[in-house]
Structure formats: structure tokens, C-alpha cells
Write a protein that binds this ligand. Structure first.
Ligand SMILES: [Zn+2]
Length: 254
């Protein structure tokens, strides 16, 4: 009997492969805003509609070319989803990556370009301004002071305190963000304003690498036209798809 047990141990040790290789199996695509929260706007378009179109296109392309990857959307229609619920959807699914899609706006109408954000301390007032605008979505939610540990988007100090929250997944978040900005610049010819950091509520509660992509400025007439067009949306989605593909390969090879 002892001999058989020993034999079993030897055999099972022989077929053991150790820990399973890392795979990027599940991605959550988060279309910013929606429903009663229109986000920012240009002359003709609301952010909530553009983010949804890009999110759906991105998911469609991933499903088409990567059947082994599970795509989960935080919304597929024009509905309001609370920021903490967006993160909870990703956490419940044990997602490997969270991609939040947004559009930018600023008072200077000449400014254009893309930015991809990770959670972390902002280095200038402009980045803080983007976080403030995006975080103001919580004003559409009931009990946001309780839900977000007393975070009040109307208080400038709250944003500064909040942006110092550390993310355990910062390295891989920055890695994916770099791929996104590289694709925007090299493949689509957009003006990349680079990878940045600031405190965003929607990505601070996620338990996986997470980015928030500002796909362009609706306050800039040329960029609004591009973001509002089907061609622009398809190009932006395809750039994010290529970034995702490169990131996935890199992560799985390591
Ligand atoms: Zn937004």
C-alpha cells in the first residue's frame, strides 16, 4: 500500500506543470457616462454616445479576432451606470484588464490629442482638471459621500488626497497605456499627448490593470468631427485593439 502511494506521488509529480501560465482571458470595456450623465459635449455630439460607439466596436473586433478572450461591457446601451458598479463588474468577473473610454474637453478650443491615464498622483493642473471633470459623474449618484469614503468632487483637496492612492497594478496599467498611445500615434496618426496619471474614481476600485483613455477633445471642432464619424470611431477602436493584442502577447510571453 505504501509502495502504491509512493508510485502515485512520483507519477503525479511527473505530470505536474507548476502554476498555470498567465493568460489574458477577460477584458472589461467601459463606455464612459450614459443615460442621465451625458459627459462632456462638443457642438454636435455628447461624450456618452461616442464612448459607447467606440466601446462596442472595440468589443466586436476583440470577439472577432480573439475568440479565446471574454469581452464584458459595463454598458451596451445608453444607460447610467454608477462608477463603483463599473469597477464591481470587472472585479466580479476577475477581469485581467479594465479599459474605460472617454472624450476630453477644455476651454481652449485649439487643444487636441489623446491621453491615456493610470491611477496615480497628477503632475500638473491640466491632468487634475481631467480627473475632476470625469469624477464629477458621481454627482449623478445618490449617497456618493458614503460610497466613495467621503470623496467630494466639489472639493479640490479631495482630488489631491485621492490621487495619492496607490494601485497594486500600476506597472501593467502603464504598460498597456503606453501601447495605446503608441498605436494612436503610429497607426492612426493622432496627436498623442502621452501617458498620464491622476486620481480617477472609476479605476481606483478595480483589482486589475486599468486605464482611462481620453480619445480626443470634443471642444476641438476637427477632433469632434473625427470622433463623431463612424470612420474615426473604427480607427480609434482598432488602435486600442492593436494595443490590447500587443499587451496580451507581452504579458503571456513573460
Ligand atoms: Zn468622460
Amino acid at each position: 500500500m505504501l509502495g502504491l502511494c509512493a508510485l502515485t506521488l512520483v507519477l503525479s509529480a511527473g505530470v505536474s506543470k507548476g502554476p498555470a501560465a498567465y493568460k489574458v482571458r477577460t477584458v472589461v470595456i467601459d463606455a464612459g457616462h450614459g443615460g442621465k450623465d451625458p459627459g462632456t459635449h462638443g457642438r454636435y455630439h455628447n461624450e456618452r454616445d461616442i464612448t459607447l460607439a467606440i466601446a462596442l466596436e472595440l468589443g466586436k473586433v476583440i470577439n472577432e479576432y480573439m475568440p479565446d478572450v471574454k469581452v464584458i461591457y459595463t454598458r451596451k446601451t445608453d444607460v447610467f451606470v454608477e462608477l463603483d458598479e463599473r469597477a464591481a463588474i470587472a472585479n466580479r468577473a476577475n477581469a485581467n484588464l479594465f479599459i474605460s473610454i472617454h472624450c476630453n474637453a477644455i476651454s481652449n478650443k485649439n487643444i487636441d490629442g489623446t491621453e491615456t491615464y493610470c491611477m496615480g498622483p497628477h503632475t500638473n493642473a491640466a491632468n487634475l482638471g481631467v480627473a475632476k471633470r470625469e469624477n464629477s459623474s458621481v454627482l449623478y449618484e445618490k449617497d456618493y459621500l458614503q460610497k466613495y469614503e467621503g470623496f467630494n468632487p466639489k472639493s479640490p483637496l479631495a482630488h489631491i488626497f485621492f490621487s495619492n492612492m496607490q494601485s497594486a497594478h500600476i506597472t501593467n496599467s502603464l504598460r498597456f497605456a503606453s501601447h495605446v498611445e503608441k498605436q494612436f500615434k503610429d497607426r492612426v496618426g493622432l496627436r498623442s499627448r502621452g501617458v498620464k496619471q491622476a486620481g480617477f474614481i472609476v479605476i481606483y476600485k478595480t483589482a486589475m490593470p486599468s486605464v482611462l483613455i481620453e480619445t480626443g477633445y470634443l471642444s476641438n471642432a476637427k477632433e469632434e468631427k473625427y470622433l463623431g464619424s463612424e470612420q474615426g470611431q473604427v480607427y480609434i477602436a482598432s488602435a486600442i485593439y492593436r494595443a490590447f493584442r500587443n499587451y496580451k502577447t507581452e504579458m503571456e510571453d513573460n
